[in-house]
Design a binder for this molecule. Structure first.
Ligand SMILES: *Cc1c(COP(=O)(O)O)cnc(C)c1O
Length: 408
């Protein structure tokens, strides 16, 4: 169990120690070779994907967005569970190919793709999600040079935006995608450029916990795509409607009602099958697949008192876990769920602030939080840390070593 709110997954505890993948924390730390480290549980990822498979329409294609967690062992494991990968850089494309994903099941989105990245993606045969008319022209030129026909989809910036998203990525002025009103003209041009058109990609936003808002945006995405398909040089084969499924991080947040999202998608698939039977519907998820499977673990170096306040000083911090420090896009700093991993239930408790070794007051893993009273050597565990952890953090800041990562 965790002391945080009821919406979070509960972990088994043995001898007052948290267990991960059936191993108690002190033993796991020994096995990993020290702290700080990230640990991701295979079993949890597998059951998460199984839950999605049993709740969502069987014909829906499930993709994993590698940027959420690009650890090679995790990506390799994920490759056996999902139908494709979404990548957003040449580096992620390499990770996807190394994991054995067939190039035809890899899609490459993101603004500002370099010519080298376009060349790599076209040569491999991945699906390019074009983010602008200029990118389309560059892709066509590179395809010509390589003697290959690039497989492309158009990322559309729709008129509508996703309500209740933690991070909005569509609607109004955006660096992402092509404004919906410009797509017909772009598609007319595409016909003359010798590109292999597959379909559309719409990604409205991330970290959404409202099934109703997700359902509404998915309906609007399909409607818009079917309208735009009328201008396309060939039938709509792929429609990637993004994802944006959120996970609860903070007290008061409710977990996403997946059953409700599933109902909406069943209805949408029926509509799509009737109106555009050759279209494959794709959902791309990042954090929803991995966030809850992961924890970040560091060790207490000192318990320090200053003006009556308790500071727990650890060997980990913001340089490994920017999101938990509150500096990864949060407007108001809130505490991630945190616990002392070897004092899960017993012993005295106190209010403490958990900090790292960086010379900046931003380096906080928990601010004035009720925790078990610590001693040096204890384990601080940050939950909900399987996504946007190490690779979303300023790991070079202050030249500390990288955290370790394990899949257990
Ligand atoms: C970041 C991103 C995702 C993954 O977002 P999550 O919130 O982790 O699910 C999916 N698709 C695109 C295009 C993205 O940029």
């Amino acid at each position: 169990m965790t002391p945080a709110h009821a919406e979070l997954r509960q972990f088994p505890v043995l001898d007052d120690c948290l267990q991960l993948g059936g191993i108690t924390l002190p033993r796991l730390a020994e096995r990993v070779g020290g702290t700080p480290f990230y640990a991701y549980e295979r079993e949890h990822i597998q059951s998460r994907v199984a839950l999605l498979r049993s709740t969502l329409p069987p014909a829906l294609h499930l993709h994993y967005a590698i940027k959420a967690n690009p650890m090679p062992a995790l990506v390799q494991m994920m490759g056996l569970l999902v139908d494709g990968f979404d990548v957003a850089s040449g580096g992620e494309l390499k990770t996807a190919l190394d994991a054995g994903m067939p190039p035809s099941r890899i899609s490459f989105a993101g603004p500002g793709k370099s010519n080298a990245e376009l060349r790599g993606a076209i040569a491999a045969g991945a699906l390019l999600h074009l983010e602008s008319e200029q990118e389309m022209e560059r892709a066509a030129r590179i395809g010509e040079l390589l003697g290959l026909t690039p497989r492309v989809a158009v990322r559309v910036n729709p008129e509508f935006e996703l309500k209740y998203a933690g991070m909005k990525m569509a609607g109004g002025a955006q660096q992402f995608g092509v404004d919906a009103e410009r797509v017909p003209a772009m598609l007319r041009k595409m016909a003359a450029l010798g590109l292999d058109f597959h379909g559309f990609h719409l990604f409205c936003g991330a970290q959404n916990l409202s099934a109703r808002a997700i359902g509404e945006s998915q309906r609007l995405c399909v409607q818009l795509a079917l309208r735009l398909a009328g201008y396309a040089p060939s039938p709509l084969r792929v429609l990637n409607i993004g994802g944006g499924f959120g996970v609860p991080y903070f007290p008061g947040e409710r977990a996403l009602d997946l059953a409700a999202v599933g109902e909406g998608l069943h209805e949408l698939m029926r509509k799509l099958a009737a109106e555009s039977p050759q279209t494959r519907l794709v959902l791309e998820l990042g954090r929803y697949l991995v966030a809850e499977a992961g924890v970040y673990v560091c060790r207490v170096l000192e318990r320090k008192l200053s003006h009556g306040q308790v500071f727990v000083i650890t060997d980990g911090g913001m340089h490994h876990h920017l999101a938990a420090s509150g500096n990864f896009g949060q407007v108001i700093r809130k505490n991630y769920p945190v616990a002392i991993g070897n004092r899960m239930q017993a012993g005295p408790r106190e209010v403490a602030t958990v900090v790292g070794p960086l010379c900046t007051p931003l380096d906080k893993l928990a601010d004035s939080m009720e925790l078990a009273r610590v001693e040096p050597g204890d384990f601080v565990v940050v939950f909900q840390s399987g996504a946007y952890g190490m690779t979303a953090s300023p790991t070079a800041f202050l030249s500390h070593p990288l955290p370790l990562e394990v899949l257990v």
